[in-house]
Each structure stands twice: as structure tokens, then as C-alpha cells.
Design a protein around this ligand. Sequence first.
Ligand SMILES: Cc1cc2nc3c(=O)[nH]c(=O)nc-3n(C[C@H](O)[C@H](O)[C@H](O)COP(=O)(O)OP(=O)(O)OC[C@H]3O[C@@H](n4cnc5c(N)ncnc54)[C@H](O)[C@@H]3O)c2cc1C
Length: 433
Amino acid sequence: MFGLRPIQETREHTPSFYAATANSQTAFPTLTDDTSADVVVVGGGFSGVNTALELAERGVDVALVEANRIGWGASGRNGGQVIGGIGHTPERFRRSIGDEGIKAIYAMGIEARDVIRERVERYAIQCDLKWGYCDVALKPRHMKAFAEWQAFEKAIGNPHPYTLLDRDELKAYVNSERYLGGLHNTANGHLHPLNLCMGEAQALATLGANVFEQSRVVAIERGETVVVRTEQGSIRAKTLVLAGNAYMGGLVPQLGKQVMPSASSVVATEPLPADLAAEILPADVAVCDPRTALDYFRLSADRRLLFGGLSNYTGMEPSNLEGVMRDKMCRVFPQLQSVNIDFAWSGWIGIGINRMPQLGQVRDNVYYIQAFSGHGVAPTHMMAKVTAEKIMGRSKRHDAMAKIPHWSFPGGALLGRPLLAIGMAYYKALDLL
Ligand SMILES: Cc1cc2nc3c(=O)[nH]c(=O)nc-3n(C[C@H](O)[C@H](O)[C@H](O)COP(=O)(O)OP(=O)(O)OC[C@H]3O[C@@H](n4cnc5c(N)ncnc54)[C@H](O)[C@@H]3O)c2cc1C
């Protein structure tokens, strides 16, 4: 067992491997006067930046306001794993979205990664993007599930092959005694998420959008025209997009009740000698296991092992974060016991009850995107694209997502956290079987 402490936050980036290796620092101005735009977007993570970018690419006059720095939230501190799929088992919502909706969600799950690929190419964003991924099995039933998954990807028309690997074959990708086998694909991959997010924001500014940092929205006036008020200024717009996710708090209470901030953590080792890096991850793939509280890891471009895990529904991190993560890492790669850990950090994931991204409209001219439940690097890009399509007047695929029912956590943050913790403890117990 370990004690917990609140995650230390300032208005600058949380110290992390990503903040230390950012290509450059963004320095967009603080909003200090009253201005206007056609569309104003709140939140400078992947969801907000990409909605704004999609709109700016279509010639819309758009402004973006971020409370802290671009990529300050989950988008600039995650594991950097680019994973396909949108949420979990959309078949649960057949009654609401029909077969067409389910089909559209699976197609978006494939397309999501291509949105990133295109962004990186079009704007020449230096973010160490690499393709290659292994899901790894800890139990025989995981291998059975992988075989079903492999068949499923083929059935939905994923053009990328998924290859089952037995224990020995897996070692060419993930050289650990911990796993029984795996499922490899080159559809998924990994990247430096903060550099991606900052690169996307730079592209947005280049297209003429106004981007504001250190400008927290503290009030919203709704009507035919919306006004977002920050501490020092305001933006009047025809349309508002809310993309503050787990960090938006009670700004819009009905959205806040649907998303529970949960902490996840990552450590980065010192750069590993080339032979040690090649020994543990010979094909430089990103890796994750299928548990509820999963381990996820990969090498950075400078050969550090970035190892992530934990999910804490109090929103806090272990007081001995480095020690807890080192234990997890060394269960996979015992040879890393004496390697230094240079960075350890945590951030908030936005969890929704049904584990499907939440998007839709609070009213005609107020859109929202949130709750990626720990799987958002690629899906945020896709949900941003369909939100922009909808704002431009058409998007059946946005409408399919928006028809999915979402629920508030019963009892709000006070009771919702313990209830979620109990629910997750149940799923974690199932992981042990
Ligand atoms: C430690 C960790 C590891 C993860 N690993 C992975 C992974 O490997 N792969 C994966 O697919 N997903 C991963 N995720 C999830 C993924 O990072 C998120 O789903 C995704 O980044 C969410 O993006 P977002 O833009 O919706 O939210 P965020 O990136 O959290 O952005 C929200 C932004 O809104 C701003 N904001 C909030 N309120 C206001 C306001 N009132 N005014 C102005 N601005 C405001 C915040 O400051 C913040 O910058 C991980 C998350 C964490 C925390």
C-alpha cells in the first residue's frame, strides 16, 4: 500500500520528460481585452486545438483560450501511445445509434490514426512519430481475446495486419519473461505528445487563428451569441466549443458531472545504452497489457524507457511515485533495477461511466468534447474532426456519437469517486482471474 498526495500543479507545464524536451515553448498572449470570433474554443489540449485547427483549415475565424499552456493537461503528459478505436464496444448502444452508427464508429477508429499521420506530414511537426505496437498477454484468456480481436480487425476492414505472437515470437518485439504472447500491428504507434500538440497549435496560429494562453475561462454567457469571460478579457462568438475535459471542473456543471478526473502516472528513465534499449524493445514498439489498471511503455527517441500505469480515482498520485513505478517497471524488465529515473509525473484522465467519448451540444451553438477514459491521443483528433464537420453543417458521424447516452456520476464528485473506485476494484479483481 502507499500514501497519496495531490498532483502539484502550476500554470506552467508540469515537470516531465516532455516539458524538458519540448521543441520550443509556446508563448501565446494572455487575453486582456474584449474581442470576437466566429467560433471560440475553450481548452488547449488535443480536442480543443484540433477542433480549432479543423475549423481554421476550412476558413473559419476561430479563437482558442487555454487556462495554462498549450498541451498543459493530459495531452502534454500522456504515454504517447497512438491507439486506434473509439471507446469500447459501441454495440451496447445499438438501440440509440443503429447498425450504421456502430459501423461509423469502427470506421472512425481506423481513420483516427490517419488524422495524426496527415497532421504531422502536412505541418512537418517534429514529434518522433513511429508506427509499431504490441498488446501483451498476462493470462491464457488474453491470448484467446487477442485471436478474436485479430479476426475482428479483419472483419471491420482494417487495412493493417494484426499478427498473433507466441511467447518466443513476442521476444523479437518485447523481450520480457512476463508475457505469454502478444498481438502486433503497425496501425498503432507512439510519439512525443507535447510536441505534437504544440506543433498543431503553431499550425493553428499560422492559419490566422487567435490563440491565448494563461487565460482561464471563468464564466460563460449563453444566448444567440455566446460570451466567454476570462480573468482579464472576453471573446464574443456565434459558436462555442468546450474542450476542457477533466480539468474543466464546474464551469458547465452538467458536463462536469459526467466526467470523473482520475490520475495516471508515467516515469522516464535516464537514456539507456543502445544495447540495453535494443535488448528490451528490439523493434521499438509501444506496448500495453489488457488489464483495467494496465502497464503501458515504450522507448523515447533518446532511448529512455517511458513506463506508465496506475489509475487512481481520487485524482491523486502515490507519495512514493517513483518507487511504485520502478517496482512495476522492474516486474517487466528486472535488468532496469539500477537505472536512474529522471522524471516522474501524473495527470488527469477524464473517465465517463460508459467509457465512450462524450460529444454533442449543450444547446444549438454550444458543443463539447470530453471523457476519453485514458485512450484519447488518436480519438481526440477524430472527435475534433467530426465536431468541426458538424459546426460546418454536416456530420452523420458526429450525430452517431452524440446519440450515445451518457450519465452523471451519482452523488457528484463526493460520492462518485468512491463509487467509481468500487466499480474499478471489481474490474481489477476480474483481472486477477
Ligand atoms: C498520464 C496519462 C497517460 C495517458 N496515456 C495515454 C496514451 O498513451 N494514449 C492515449 O491514447 N491516451 C492517453 N491518455 C489520455 C489522453 O492523454 C487524453 O485522452 C487526451 O489528451 C485528452 O485531450 P483533451 O484535449 O480532451 O484534454 P486535455 O489534454 O486534458 O486538455 C484540456 C485543457 O483544457 C484546459 N482548460 C480546462 N478548463 C479550462 C478553462 N476554464 N478555461 C480555459 N482552459 C481550460 C486545461 O488547462 C487543459 O489544457 C493519458 C492520459 C494521462 C493523464
